[in-house]
Structure formats: structure tokens, C-alpha cells
Design a protein. Structure first.
Length: 256
């Protein structure tokens, strides 16, 4: 199915956001063609940042939120019409700087929404300022001599806050990202998928991640909360990808 719009895509040529867009289109197409989702019941929203333009490029019911406010906005959409499948796109600057409180409360409530977090470790739309996930030493417009702060771990924070689906993938791995997106969208409850998305213009981390990415082993038990916490907070020198945790708990909307 064609989920494209007539708008010209103005991400930088080669930006991994193109790969995220493609993975999401494929995930949505799979869910619709297998009868698991009606396209008219899908709503996507996005915040402010390079990621936010994705709403313009999808021929799906959409909503452009204020900076950092896409989680409460989409929680409201779900509350107003629980029959809808709700997906929020956000970025590390959007949901972890401006929207940090909403990021925590969305997980705490176990709102039935999927959050696809484009983590490029930089404020890219405003041309290169430090965000809460920027690496220590990152040299940008607000940290010309290098950031002295340690980055936060969004998945660990969300797990501790109450999220019931926690996953990480890499934007340029389109087939795997598609499968994780599908599982997140089928999950009942707050589903966070961190998508590592190198910003090739302001923080090109492709070389850094080249030999560092490693999928969780097949024997990994995603029901083990303590195991997930340990894996996320003691990753060693690899960046692990996959579904770290999944649990079944009552959602915010069902309890209300
Ligand atoms: Fe992508 Fe970075 Fe360009 Fe934004 S500035 S479109 S994140 S490459």
C-alpha cells in the first residue's frame, strides 16, 4: 500500500530518518494486509525536531505536537477514542529534554501508545546543541569544548518508570526495525522503541556504532525485569539491540 504523501522530503540526503520512515511504512503495511490493523484506526503524531517531519510524509491520520508534548497529546487521543491505534514519534531532544516529565509519566501510566524515539544524540533541527543523550565529550554549538555530562539511558529510565515494552534498534537495520515496530504496535501498554539514528550532519556516529552493535541472544528472557535492568545499565562496550522487556499490565485507559 502507498502511504506516501505529495510533500517533498527535506531531510538531509542520506539521513537515517529515511530508513525509519521506510521501516514504519513496511510495518504498517504488514499489519494492515494481515488484518491486524485498519488503516483508518491508526493515528500518528510527532513532536518538534527533524523526526517531527515524519507526520508530513505519511498518508495516515496525523497530528503535529508542541515541543516535548507528543506523549500527553497522544495519550489524550487514545483516551478520547480507545479504538484507535496510537503511535507517537519523538526525538531525544523532544522527549528527553523539553518533554522529560511526560516521558516518565507516559511510562508510569502505562498509556496504550507506542513511542518511537529517534535518538540522534543531538538537537539537529537547531543545528547541533547537546541533548540528554549526547556522549560525554560531544562538541556542539553549546558545548564547544566538549560536554562534561554523562548521557542518560532512556530505556533504563522508562523501565524504572513503568513502561511495559522496552526495545532498541538501529535505524539503518530496516527489516529488524520493522519487526520491532510491529511488535510494539501490537503490545497493549506503553511501548518504547529507541531507534539509534545517527545525524550525518551534526553528529555522525555511524563509525562509532559500526562494530559496537549486538543483538540480544535468542536465549534472552524478556520477561525478566531485573535481567533487563542489569542489561541496560551494565551494557559493557557493546550497544545491545532487541526487545529488553515485555510485560502485561492494565493500561491507563482501561483502568480509567
Ligand atoms: Fe537528519 Fe541530522 Fe539532517 Fe536532521 S540534521 S535531517 S537528523 S542528518
Amino acid at each position: 500500500m502507498d502511504l506516501s504523501t505529495k510533500y517533498k522530503i527535506n531531510w538531509c540526503p542520506g539521513c537515517p530518518n529515511f530508513a525509519i520512515l521506510e521501516a514504519f511504512k513496511q510495518a504498517t503495511t504488514d499489519l494492515v494486509t494481515t488484518g491486524k490493523l485498519k488503516i483508518e484506526n491508526l493515528v500518528v503524531g510527532s513532536g518538534i525536531g527533524c523526526h517531527g517531519k515524519i507526520s508530513d510524509y505519511l498518508n495516515i491520520n496525523g497530528f503535529y505536537g508542541l515541543h516535548g508534548r507528543i506523549i500527553p497529546t497522544m495519550t489524550g487521543v487514545k483516551l478520547a477514542n480507545p479504538a484507535l491505534k496510537v503511535v507517537a514519534f519523538s526525538g531525544d531532544g523532544d522527549s528527553l529534554a523539553e518533554g522529560m516529565e511526560h516521558f516518565i509519566h507516559g511510562a508510569k501510566r502505562n498509556s496504550d501508545i507506542s513511542l518511537f524515539l529517534h535518538n540522534n544524540q543531538v538537537f539537529a533541527l537547531t543545528i547541533g546543541q547537546v541533548t540528554p543523550t549526547s556522549s560525554k565529550g560531544y562538541k556542539g554549538r553549546t558545548t564547544p569544548e566538549g560536554s562534561v555530562e554523562e548521557p542518560i539511558i532512556p530505556l533504563a529510565l522508562s523501565l524504572l518508570s513503568g513502561a511495559t515494552f522496552i526495545a532498541r534498534t538501529y535505524a539503518l537495520k530496516i527489516p529488524e526495525t520493522k519487526e520491532i515496530m510491529k511488535q510494539a504496535m501490537e503490545h497493549k501498554g506503553f511501548a518504547l522503541v529507541e531507534i539509534i539514528q545517527p545525524c550525518i550532519t551534526f553528529f555522525d556516529s555511524r563509525d562509532y556504532f559500526k562494530d559496537r552493535l549486538e543483538w540480544l541472544p535468542k536465549t534472552y528472557d524478556k520477561k525478566d525485569y531485573q535481567g533487563a535492568l542489569k542489561e541496560l545499565t551494565n551494557p559493557g562496550d557493546k550497544t545491545k539491540l532487541g526487545i529488553f522487556y515485555q510485560a502485561s499490565k492494565p493500561t491507563f485507559e482501561a483502568q480509567l
